[in-house]
Design a protein around this ligand. Structure first.
Ligand code: GLC
Ligand code: CA
Length: 543
């Protein structure tokens, strides 16, 4: 019997914990996180009080893009375990009242996938599942169009014919190891609907959809012209094309054949009106609110973002889906540790510029704790990225030779890569691997030498720790912060407050303390004077 959140449409108010499996917990001592490690730490997640976990791709993969290059969608990466263990994990999580959301990667496969291998060997039906095109120029030596890959360089790589001569080019919006599928091909559509059923039949509660805005491309694959850069995805022929919605209507029909399953889209689109199109009643249930993630820690900017996100989602009857960090962006405890711009910053892609000056990590943590109370105080779904409940910062000083993100090489070093937010979690002890692995193998990414005070064990022992703050917040949220009720209240400049029934949520970024009404339920700053809210802090009060 499943316990926990059994409400219909549980996903409208759920707190989902993102498990970056490679870095969560290592059960067999090889320095790589795995299913055994995750199973052993399920009680930690239950005690934290989350409703569901989202597990990053755990399928067989050459791991060129940390598992986002899938070679078999119906199996488990051998380094992580096997199908039987995956089934055990699902059963154990369900028994603790924790739902399980997987990550599906439909825009591209790995180049090791049997379909792509067959395509390279000249199988016409297999080639038609990808985007092979003849090159331009006299000898076909130029890419078919001007699209750029997200990781840098052209979005095309020339293939070699079975006889060794240079062949057509294939499209890859990410790494060359991630060939894009042709979603106009009915075989591709049928295959992915079948993959969804395969996992739904195993009891999986939903899917996070990777690159949900990329699947459909404009017919004819025209040049993007000035729009070819990443920041100009607006009206780009590779992104957010109308054809994508029919794909998700098909997926929704599959999900609706089961009880209460959920989709959450990773869709980086122009604005919330474009995002809401993915959330129409016959499409996806939820989509990450990335404007919120990219907002600086500045109350008026955050407030405007919240209003815009809520209005767009409400227009299609969907909940807003709040998120501060994930495996692709600089951890927010570090983003907030430098002076804040007065506008949104796309943290991963602009982080080279963002990184000027040393971070004030104490300030970053203060703000991260405040942002957690804000996020968990809002109506809608909230995502927590593993380690944020420990207040982990980005490992910015990770040595270059230890970094593994393919984006670093592919961009010619322009992008610093995402390894700094993917560091194996510190569980206990005073030195690496901080209880992440049994014994002390080299972990797949190194951990900083000064993380002893961030471990779960150290924070367990400290009542004022960020871990305890998250636990209390989740407990109080379940009790006081359910339902859709929401109204702004009158607030001083540089601060805001909103009421959720009897409870008010307050955030202050003004630089000065403000007065706080009501009885304090929970504050992010344990040293606050009673009745006041210092700057860079948040509080929940009962009025
Ligand atoms: C998504 C993932 C990211 C991955 C990319 C390509 O943005 O979150 O980690 O590199 O898709 O699959
Ligand atoms: Ca392992």
């Amino acid at each position: 019997m499943q316990q926990g959140n059994t409400a219909p449409e549980w996903w409208r108010s759920a707190v989902v914990y993102q498990v970056y499996i490679r870095s969560f917990a290592d059960g067999n001592g090889d320095g790589i996180g795995d299913i055994a490690g995750l199973r052993s730490r399920l009680p930690y997640l239950r005690d934290l009080g989350i409703d569901a976990i989202w597990i990053n791709p755990w399928y067989p993969s050459p791991q060129i893009d940390a598992g986002y290059d899938v070679s078999d969608y119906r199996a488990i990466e051998p380094a992580y375990g096997d199908i039987a263990e995956a089934e055990q994990l699902i059963a154990e999580a369900h028994a603790m009242g924790i739902k399980v959301v997987l990550d599906i990667v439909p825009n591209h496969t790995s180049w090791d996938h049997p379909w792509f291998q067959a395509a390279l060997s000249g199988d016409e039906a297999a080639r038609a599942r990808y985007l092979f095109r003849p090159g331009k120029g006299e000898y076909g030596e130029l890419p078919p169009n001007d699209w750029e890959a997200i990781f840098g360089g052209p979005a095309w790589t020339r293939s070699t014919n079975p006889d060794g001569t240079p062949g057509d080019w294939y499209c890859h919006l990410f790494a060359p190891a991630q060939p894009d599928l042709d979603w106009t091909n009915p075989e591709v559509i049928a295959e992915f609907e079948d993959i969804l059923r395969f996992w739904f039949d195993k009891g999986v509660d939903g899917f996070r959809i990777d690159v949900a805005h990329g699947l459909a491309k404009q017919e004819g694959l025209p040049d993007a012209g000035l729009r070819s850069g990443r920041k100009d995805r607006v009206d780009h022929p590779a992104w957010d094309q109308d054809g994508v919605h029919e794909i998700y209507r098909g997926w929704r029909r599959v999900a609706d054949q089961y009880d209460d399953r959920v989709f959450v889209a990773e869709a980086w689109v122009e604005d919330n009106d474009r995002l809401a199109r993915y959330l129409r009643p016959d499409e996806l249930h939820t989509a990450f609110q990335f404007d919120f993630l990219q907002a600086p820690f500045v109350a008026p900017v955050m407030k405007a973002t919240i209003d815009d996100a809520r209005a767009a989602a409400a227009a299609v009857g969907a909940p807003a889906t709040w998120v501060l960090s994930n495996h692709d962006v600089v951890r927010h405890a570090t983003r907030y540790a430098r002076s804040q711009p007065d506008h949104a910053v796309s943290s991963i892609w602009e982080q080279a510029r963002w990184h000027e000056g040393a971070p004030d990590l104490a300030l970053g943590l203060r703000r991260a704790r405040a942002a957690a109370l804000l996020t968990l105080g809002l109506p809608g779904t909230a995502y927590v990225y593993q380690g944020e409940e420990l207040g982990l910062p980005e490992y910015e000083d990770m040595p270059a030779e230890a970094r593994q993100d393919p984006a670093i090489k592919q961009s010619g070093g322009v992008q610093i890569g995402r390894d700094g937010c993917r560091v194996p979690l510190p569980w206990s002890g005073t030195e690496a691997p901080y209880g992440f692995s049994e014994g002390s193998p080299q972990t797949w990414l190194p951990q900083p030498a000064d993380w002893a005070h961030y471990t779960a064990a150290a924070q367990e022992a400290d009542d004022e720790s960020t871990l305890h703050l998250y636990r209390r917040a989740l407990e109080l949220r379940a009790k006081w912060l359910q339902g859709e009720g929401f109204a702004w209240v009158e607030a001083p400049a540089g601060a805001f407050g909103f009421s959720r029934g009897e409870v008010q949520v307050w955030l202050n970024t003004s630089g000065e303390p403000i007065d706080l009404p009501g009885e304090l339920l929970l504050g992010s700053d344990a040293d606050a004077e009673p009745g006041t809210l210092p700057s860079d802090a948040a509080a929940w009060v009962r009025v």
